[in-house]
Design a protein around this ligand. Structure first.
Ligand SMILES: Nc1ncnc2c1ncn2[C@@H]1O[C@H](COP(=O)(O)OP(=O)(O)OP(=O)(O)O)[C@@H](O)[C@H]1O
Length: 831
């Protein structure tokens, strides 16, 4: 039946049967809901409501319900708030109504859910006339009709209408058996009468009589269309299983059997065009107004004073409602104006954000300029470092050459001096040899001829020789000692001079390098501070923008939501009056708003993303990181160079010190050796002199023993000579050794000077090459990067917009200055 109803048929279901057989139970049943679900004992009406709304899901429709009862031939509205409102029946004279009935004053309630319908049903049922009889504790004393009117939109311009009457008839009863008395007896009489008429109508319809007595009771008038009309009708016959009710059961079944033979001609209600419906309604209102006016004009005030007062009250209340609605409309208008103002403010904020964005772009450009400046400074610093390292290299080479020359000169002088000394020592040796020969010769002559006198002379000569030899040897040794001291002092002086020169050169170089590094580090630090500041400012601007974006987005969303709610309220308010027209405009308005909202949201979010990406752009971080890395490498290089120079200086100092120590110890050894020889020689000469003296004195007394003594003396002289000779040989040997030691020391001293080439000059040259090959990204390269992106060139020329930066931000790249590409080390770092 529900499907037929939705197709546009009018339908009727009514339950007919003896009292107490379950008509009300069948139609209403248990209406309470449990957890939003119907009870298993629910009747046809609640089930119909649930099924109907289930089928209407997703369809544009309205459902109206009315609930009336026919009690003692009087029609009452069970949904009316005011006590016993008597309803009147009218013939519907509207076109296409086919003489159907119109119940005037009946309340029709809009229902938007099955629960609401069931609530109406319960409310009406409570008002229904019931009473206890012998047959039924809760016997229905009236006929009820629950009507469901459904309007369904089938197309944009037409609406299908359908009506379902759900009728619960009062039960026919045997008054004697039901024990009805007085009022109940009257009720039973009326019920039986109306049911009797219904039976006669059915009989007439089955017999196809020319006259069908519809008008004999209000029940048959109400069901006129359902019986033999254009309605689809279903009759439920309820019977009692009791033996005692056999007669009534047979009667009911006979009734139902005959009713089955009635042939209705169901027709779908003509779909009503929306405009027609609206214009008809407007026309009807106008007619009603006109009738009212005519009635008033003709008869004056056609009402009781109570009704008049009620009407006045109603007019007053309507006036108040009107004023409230007017105020509401004004409030809505002011709200709309307020929203428009807010929308303008949002637009202004967006414009401000755009300006902020442009400002940020300007700052970015400034940062690029600063980077360019840093790049220039860096180039200058590289040139400076190269210059200084070149100078230091040149000075190191000069220093090396000078040192080498000094050492060679010193070695040559020392060799010459030692050669001279050795020649002198050899000469003394020869002299001693000659003297010895002379002594030997003198000894031979004294033996043969002038033994005594010549012996005296010989002694005298020997004394002279001894004195002379002693003086000569002593002089030679003193000279040797002085020469050693001189050489040692000269060597020490040269070493000290050399050391001082090196210290000076090192100090100057160290100062130059330190000041250069400090300048570079200072520049880099300044750049770092500037970049950090710029970045901080950029981040601040971005966070402000994100906040504002977020706030704007929230505001717009809130505005939209409020607008939607207002639109919904307005829609509900006006729907009953202008229906679908407002729907359309509301929908268009909502679509417009939604579209604008989406555009604004997407703009805001893309702007936010752009700023976010600009702030968190890895190139700034990388630039800062590279700056830091550069500063760190510079500091490392500086400290490494410093340490190396200190090490070299220390090593050189140690070499100097060891050379000086070697020279001093050599001098000391030579001095000691010379002193020892001198002492030994002196002692031996002393001894010899004493012996000679003794021999001379004894010679006078012991001339016989003279020769023996002379031989002994000769032997002693020979021994002394050999000792002196040995000592001189040792001196010569020591001098040769000393010469070799000096040559070795000289080589050893040359080694650190040569090592300077490797340890200082080469690192400096590497440093120069590395620094020249370093480069930092320039603003030009960053801008070039921006220009390389598609569509960026034009925008940069015409004034950059944040939308274009969005694209720029989405393609992060690391750009190294062009000459970096040739440096494999930098190339690896970039990767
Ligand atoms: N199918 C059923 N199952 C359980 N109880 C039922 C059933 N049918 C009827 N009853 C019970 O029988 C009693 C009478 O039913 P009901 O009031 O529906 O009869 P009725 O035909 O409407 O009577 P009346 O014409 O006097 O109003 C009620 O208490 C009802 O609960």
């Amino acid at each position: 039946m529900v499907d037929e109803l939705l197709c546009g048929y009018n339908c009727t279901v009514f339950a007919y049967g003896q009292t107490g057989t379950g008509k009300t139970y069948t139609m209403f049943g248990k209406m309470t809901e449990e957890l939003g679900l119907l009870s298993d004992d629910a009747g046809i009406i609640p089930r119909t409501l649930y099924t109907l709304f289930d089928k209407l899901k997703g369809r544009d429709s309205t459902v109206k319900c009315s609930f009336i009862e026919l009690y003692n031939e009087a029609l009452c509205d069970l949904l009316s708030d005011e006590g016993d409102t008597k309803l009147q029946l009218f013939e519907n004279e509207r076109n296409g109504a086919n003489g159907s009935l119109l119940v005037k004053g009946m309340r029709e309630s809009y229902v938007d859910s099955p629960s609401a319908g069931v609530r109406l049903l319960e409310m009406g049922s409570r008002k229904r006339q019931v009473a206890a009889t012998r047959c039924n504790d809760l016997s229905s004393r009236s006929h009820t009709i629950f009507t469901i009117n459904v309007l369904t939109r089938t197309s944009e311009q037409s609406i299908t209408s359908g009506k379902l009457n759900l009728v619960d008839l009062a039960g026919s009863e045997n008054i004697q058996r039901s024990g009805a008395e007085n009022k109940r007896a009257v009720e039973a009489g009326q019920i039986n009468k109306s049911l009797l008429t219904l039976g006669r109508v059915i009989n007439a319809l089955v017999d196809k009589s020319s006259h069908v007595p519809y008008r004999e009771s209000k029940l048959t008038r109400l069901l006129q269309d359902s019986l033999g009309g254009q309605t689809k009708t279903c009759i439920i016959a309820t019977v009692s299983p009791c033996q005692s009710s056999q007669e009534e059961t047979v009667s009911t079944l006979d009734y139902a059997f005959r009713a089955k033979n009635i042939h209705n001609r169901p027709q779908i209600n003509t779909p009503v065009p929306k405009d027609t419906l609206l214009s008809e309604l407007a026309l009807e209102i106008e007619n009603l107004k006109r009738n009212l006016r005519a009635t008033r004009d003709r008869n004056g005030v056609y009402m009781t004073s109570d009704t008049h007062e009620e009407m006045l009250k109603e007019i007053e209340s309507r006036r108040i409602v009107n004023e409230e609605q007017k105020q509401c409309i004004e409030a809505l208008e002011s709200g709309l104006q307020h929203r428009t103002g807010e929308l303008l403010a949002v637009t202004r904020q967006l414009r401000d954000l755009d300006l902020d964005n442009k400002e940020a772009h300007l700052k970015l450009r400034q940062m690029n300029d600063a980077l360019n400046k840093a790049h220039n400074i860096w180039g200058g610093s590289i040139a400076e470092v190269s210059d200084i390292t070149e100078k230091v290299g040149a000075r190191m080479k000069d220093f090396q050459a000078h040192q080498t020359r000094l050492l060679r000169d010193f070695s040559a002088n020392l060799g010459r001096f030692l050669e001279n000394e050795m020649t002198a020592a050899q000469r003394n040796q020869t002299l001693l040899y000659d003297t010895l020969r002379a002594v030997e010769g003198a000894g031979e002559d004294s033996k043969t001829q002038l033994l005594k006198g010549e012996t005296e002379e010989a002694f005298h000569q020997l004394k002279q020789i001894s004195k002379t030899g002693r003086a000569t040897v002593s002089e030679a040794l003193n000279e040797l000692s002085h020469a050693i001291t001189r050489i040692s002092e000269g060597l020490e002086g040269e070493l000290l001079k050399c050391n001082d020169q090196f210290e000076m050169a090192y100090g100057a170089f160290d100062q130059d390098v330190q000041s250069t590094f400090q300048t570079i580090v200072k520049h880099v630090e300044e750049q770092n501070v500037e970049i950090s500041e710029l970045r901080h400012r950029l981040q601040n601007a971005n966070s402000r923008m994100i906040e504002m974006n977020h706030k704007t987005s929230l505001d717009v969303a809130r505005l939209l939501e409020e607008e939607r709610a207002n639109a919904e309220v307005e829609r509900n308010n006006f729907l009953s009056q202008i229906g679908a027209i407002y729907d359309l405009s509301s929908q268009q308005r909502w679509d417009r708003l939604q579209e604008n909202y989406n555009i604004i949201c997407s703009d805001i979010s893309s702007s936010g993303i752009l700023m976010e990406s600009l702030t968190t752009h890895s190139r700034i971080d990388e630039c800062i990181a590279r700056q830091k890395q550069l500063a760190k490498e510079l500091a490392d290089s500086s400290s490494y160079l410093k340490v190396r120079m200190w090490q070299d200086k220390e090593r050189l100092g140690k070499r100097h010190f060891s050379a000086r120590q070697a020279a001093v110890s050599a001098k000391k050894d030579l001095q000691q050796s010379v002193d020892n020889h001198k002492e030994t020689l002196h002692e031996q000469l002393e001894l010899w002199a004493r012996e000679l003296e003794k021999t001379q004195s004894q010679n006078k007394q012991l001339s016989d023993a003279y020769l023996g003594h002379l031989n002994t003396l000769e032997t002693t002289i020979k021994q002394s000579y050999s000792t002196v000779k040995d000592q001189l040989g040792m001196v010569l040997e020591n001098s040769g050794q000393f010469q070799k030691d000096m040559a070795r020391h000289s080589d050893a001293m040359e080694q650190p000077i040569e090592a300077l080439e490797k340890e200082i000059c080469e690192p400096l040259s590497h440093l120069r090459t590395n620094i020249q090959s370093y480069s930092i990204p320039t603003g030009a390269s960053l801008e070039q990067d921006a220009c390389d992106r598609p569509g960026a060139t034009q925008s940069n020329q015409e004034g950059t917009s944040h939308w274009e930066h969005d694209n720029l931000a989405k393609q992060p790249r690391v750009e190294i200055a062009s000459d970096d590409s040739e440096n494999p080390r930098l190339k690896r770092r970039r990767l």
